[in-house]
Design a protein around this ligand. Structure first.
Ligand SMILES: Nc1ncnc2c1ncn2[C@@H]1O[C@H](COP(=O)(O)OP(=O)(O)OP(=O)(O)O)[C@@H](O)[C@H]1O
Ligand SMILES: [Mg+2]
Length: 256
């Protein structure tokens, strides 16, 4: 169980107050796949960091259920690898001391195979392209077998072919292991291709909530997928651009 109630987050930037999140109330059922979409600066990363417990909220409450804190895997917007460790050691960093060396190596290599990098386990981060580094970061989250998987625009740096392959792989992992996934993206098509529920964010608020009862794999050109994409895009495009960063404002009614 993962529930947010009345979550707000304010920052002081250059003497004035910025509202990164305001009055966010959400429920992420166990095993659900939620995508969060909205323009730059709308609060997506802040929401994810609060879900990860990496950032305190200014107000509101988070409920995580009775079983204590779940195993959480996070993929940040940038790869954030440790340049002095090879790829396998980067992937295994969160498992140190929990497994024997042999078991750990096996788990890491399996995770690297999932992202297509099994041949690079001995490479150093400086020898990777940006997209490869990001795939290592995804393997580092998957290797933990997380119950809650939080991803912040994980595929934004990938070429279209690799992105599509990784999207399919992520859906397959979700179907196999059923972690609760919260996936942030600024790409409406990606949000609609992946999510069971799509949250639309604008200026620190969740302004739309779409349940997508479509089977996987989804076809981006199928009429239904395309219709959802166009509606969400139209609503978010119509939302007024904040004159100051994230001043709370009202949205126009969604188009029919
Ligand atoms: N540590 C911080 N200190 C001050 N302000 C912050 C901080 N983190 C975020 N903000 C502000 O909060 C707002 C939301 O930022 P956030 O990073 O959550 O946006 P985002 O939706 O992830 O954007 P992007 O798509 O560009 O990554 C922005 O106005 C930003 O300036
Ligand atoms: Mg962000």
């Amino acid at each position: 169980m993962l529930e947010l109630s009345g979550i707000g987050r304010r920052y002081t930037v250059d003497g004035s107050e910025v509202t990164a999140l305001a009055d966010v109330t959400l429920d992420f059922p166990p095993g659900s796949f939620t995508t969060v979409v909205g323009r730059s600066g709308c609060g997506k990363t802040t929401l994810l960091r609060i879900l990860a417990g990496l950032e305190p909220q200014s107000e509101g409450t988070i409920r995580r259920g009775s079983e204590g804190t779940p195993r959480i895997g996070v993929v940040f917007q940038e790869a954030r690898l440790m340049p002095w460790l090879d790829v396998r050691r980067n992937v295994g960093f969160g498992l140190r001391g929990r497994l024997s060396a042999g078991a750990m190596e096996k788990r890491c290599d399996e995770a690297l195979a999932l992202v297509g990098l099994d041949a690079f386990s001995g490479a150093m981060p400086g020898q990777l392209s940006g997209g490869m580094a990001q795939r290592v970061a995804i393997a580092r989250a998957l290797v933990l077998e997380p119950q809650l998987l939080l991803l912040d625009e994980p595929f934004a740096a990938l070429d279209a072919f690799t992105r599509r392959a990784m999207q399919n792989e992520l859906v397959a992992i979700w179907q196999r292991r059923r972690p609760t996934i919260v996936f942030v993206t600024h790409d409406v098509e990606e949000a609609v291709l992946l999510g069971e529920q799509v949250l639309e964010m604008h200026a620190g608020r969740v302004v739309g909530h779409q349940a997508l009862n479509l089977p996987h794999p989804r076809d981006p050109t199928a009429a239904e997928t395309n219709l959802h994409r166009r509606r969400i895009l139209a609503r978010l495009m119509a939302a007024p651009r904040p004159s100051r960063p994230n001043r709370p404002e009202t949205l126009p009614e969604p188009a029919p």
